[in-house]
Write a protein that binds this ligand. Structure first.
Ligand code: APR
Ligand code: ZN
Length: 259
């Protein structure tokens, strides 16, 4: 594991970068929602340690929607019950102060929007909505989850189809074109890339911080465990987002950042 040199792990260094940012971008992953009770995919306690990622692939879903909903049911209940934590709120504050231009998230839990972030780009869609692949009908996830006890797989109320799928990007599905190109544009013109709670293992999403780095923006990586991009980072903050991000936001305010 690359041990960051002294200074590269300092909150003060990160706070100065955040305070000076006017077109910052936050790039978030499952780790930012872990303290809201949503299991991450990789790393300690990650879902893929016990469940095959195949269960989140479009082929698995199309082959047997009932099997998919068996696995997704509990995750859906957790997702709908989850509330933003202090890390989500800290990003809202950094946007309000003018340090952050947008949040680009891989998460499908919708917690950045619920927390009040105005500019949110959901690279992997949003699991709080369900779409019928047969007729395009969309309905809230809560309504579909409510039918699961007596309807598995859930049926479309409009066409009766059984291909109701959360509006999240499954493995094997294309990324949303508009969201993806907007994320890359913002990364290319940002003056700070703040990565929070991502293993940076999944492409093309993980390309976003790389675009920022290649365009010359400083990288802050806040994560509970090492990531493959740590040696590219100007600052690496090791720990929990729910503790470190509010601390970073307070330190940036003290350093005189933003409006
Ligand atoms: N604070 C900060 N980091 C945390 C915390 C926490 N409280 N808890 C876990 N982490 C870190 C883990 O160490 C891990 O490196 O968050 C990271 C989460 O990584 P993943 O679970 O791989 O999540 P993510 O990077 O968002 O995955 C990308 O993979 O399965 C697909 O589509 C899915 O969007 C997801 C994509
Ligand atoms: Zn339908």
């Amino acid at each position: 594991m690359v041990q960051p040199e002294p200074g590269r792990t300092s909150l003060a260094r990160a706070a100065a970068l955040v305070a000076g940012a006017r077109r910052g971008v936050a790039f978030t992953g499952a780790g930012i929602s872990q303290e809201s009770g949503i299991q991450t995919y990789r790393g300690q306690g990650g879902l893929w340690n016990t469940t095959s990622p195949r269960t989140s692939s479009i082929d698995f879903f199309l082959a047997d929607p009932a099997a998919y909903w068996e696995v997704a049911r509990e995750r859906g209940t957790t997702l709908l019950a989850a509330r933003p934590n202090a890390a989500h709120q800290a990003l809202v504050e950094l946007e309000r102060r003018g340090n952050l231009a947008a949040v680009v998230t891989q998460n499908v839990d919708g917690l950045h929007l619920i927390a009040g972030s105005a500019a949110v780009i959901e690279l992997h869609g949003n699991g709080r909505e369900v779409v019928c692949l047969d007729c395009g009908n969309r309905e809230p996830r809560s309504q579909v989850q409510g039918r699961l006890p007596e309807e598995l797989p859930p049926r479309c109320p409009r066409c009766g189809g059984i291909h109701l799928k959360p509006a999240a990007v499954f493995f094997g599905e294309a990324m949303p074109v508009e969201a993806t190109s907007r994320a890359f544009d913002l990364a290319g013109e940002c003056d700070l890339m703040l990565v929070v709670g991502s293993s940076l293992a999944v492409y093309p999403a993980a390309q976003v911080p790389l675009v920022a780095h290649d365009a010359g923006a400083p990288l802050i990586i806040l994560n509970a465990e090492p990531t493959p991009f740590d040696d590219l980072a100007t600052v690496v903050l090791r720990g929990r987002a729910g503790e470190l991000l509010p601390e970073l936001t307070r330190a940036a305010a003290a350093a005189g950042g933003g409006s």
